[in-house]
Design a protein around this ligand. Structure first.
Ligand SMILES: Cc1ncc(C[n+]2csc(CCOP(=O)(O)OP(=O)(O)O)c2C)c(N)n1
Ligand SMILES: [Mg+2]
Length: 348
């Protein structure tokens, strides 16, 4: 069957930059063909999943809050490519990409978004509250910054148990101004806990730009008062994320304590599903999409190196779209939880 016309991420030119450096001059991992293809596929899965979630929300199948991750895909995919089994992930409410990256199924995540019994929280958690012990994913948290102290607790558990797992706690530029973040930094530094604090700096906290809200906008320096090292990473380049992740994981596993990675990233969609978008211009969004899109960067390299043809990549896209369509069908066919479920899985 001929591929649909819109079956690939549209071909946009990415800005020219040296092949072996990220756009901020930072190091990049030297990906082979398999790694490039893996990164392409994983990021595309997240993007297509999020596009579908946005559609289902518009059609009334998803209720409550829903925060899409489109634009930020390279962050979780680059991190996941460096992690090993047992490393824990915890994040905020913009979490669907993190779940898919850990290997949680599209079906289970979509069923949860639509409030169905087959969802990861039996349809009772929704977009912001999903967990998978099996995949070491600890949520999904709606209270801005709360996951930072919980993630620090996961790191403490690793130290206490004497394993070599690392806790990876993601939070936003807005969350980075919350008090409990610094209480966590203090404990993590004091006890040399194995934790990577990932600040996903997408430039906005809801409608508030970092320029308006933060006194120190170089977030990688936020741990300096505690002696926690930090690095600014081009979070739109999956190879830069992977390179930073490799170093940070090694830092934690060798007992040196916490480290901060500030991911310079960008979200294309609104903060949540209702967003007046008055705080930034369409041109700003368009510029990021056309010059730094994480998926387009990988695609351009794959084509340029002759590692994949346009048709090969269309086939990947078709595969990914099928997985996402299947997840939506599965979710819509699944039953809603019975009313009696209101009284289960809760703390009284
Ligand atoms: C303690 C707390 N304060 C305020 C809010 C409302 N709120 C939800 S998201 C958000 C912005 C957070 O922005 P950021 O940390 O940059 O994450 P992003 O949405 O950009 O991923 C705020 C203020 C909340 N959920 N919890
Ligand atoms: Mg933000």
């Amino acid at each position: 069957m001929a591929p649909r016309k819109n079956a690939t991420v549209s071909s946009r030119k990415t800005s020219a930059k040296p092949a072996n450096k990220a756009s901020n001059g930072g190091p990049v991992a030297d990906f082979d063909r398999d790694e490039e293809l893996k990164a392409y596929r994983e990021m595309l899965l997240i993007r297509r999943f999020e596009e579908k979630a946005g559609q289902l929300y518009g059609m009334g199948f998803i209720g409550g809050f829903c925060h899409l991750y489109i634009g930020q895909e390279a962050v979780v995919v680059g991190m996941q490519m460096a992690q090993k089994e047992g490393d824990q992930v915890i994040t905020a409410y913009r979490d669907h990409g993190h779940m898919l990256a850990t290997g949680m199924t599209a079906r289970g995540v979509m069923a949860e978004l639509t409030g169905r019994i087959d969802g990861y929280s039996r349809g009772k958690g929704g977009s912001m509250h999903m967990f998978s012990k099996e995949k070491h994913f600890y949520g999904g948290h709606g209270i801005v910054g709360a996951q930072v102290s919980l993630g620090t607790g996961l790191a403490f558990a690793n130290r206490y148990r004497g394993n070599d797992s690392v806790s990876i706690a993601y939070f936003g530029d807005g969350a980075a101004n919350q008090g409990q973040v610094y209480e966590s930094f203090n404990m993590a530094a004091l006890w040399k806990l194995p934790i990577i604090y990932i600040i996903e700096n997408n430039r906005y906290a809801m409608g508030t730009s970092t320029a308006r809200a933060t006194a120190q906008s170089n977030y990688s320096l936020r741990g300096s008062g505690f002696g926690i090292p930090g690095v600014q990473v081009d979070g739109m380049d999956v190879r830069a994320v992977k390179a930073a992740a490799d170093e940070a994981l090694e830092h934690c596993r060798s007992g040196k304590g916490p480290i901060i990675l500030e991911m310079l990233t960008y979200r294309y969609r609104g903060h949540s599903m209702s967003d007046p978008a008055k705080y930034r211009s369409k041109e700003e969004v368009q510029k990021m999409r056309s010059e730094q899109d994480p998926i387009e960067q990988v695609k351009a390299r794959l084509i340029e190196k002759g590692w994949a043809s346009e048709d090969d990549l269309k086939a990947v896209d078709k595969d990914v779209r099928d997985i996402v369509a299947d997840s939506a069908d599965f979710a819509q066919a699944a039953p809603e939880p019975d009313a009696s479920e209101l009284y289960t899985d809760i703390l009284l």
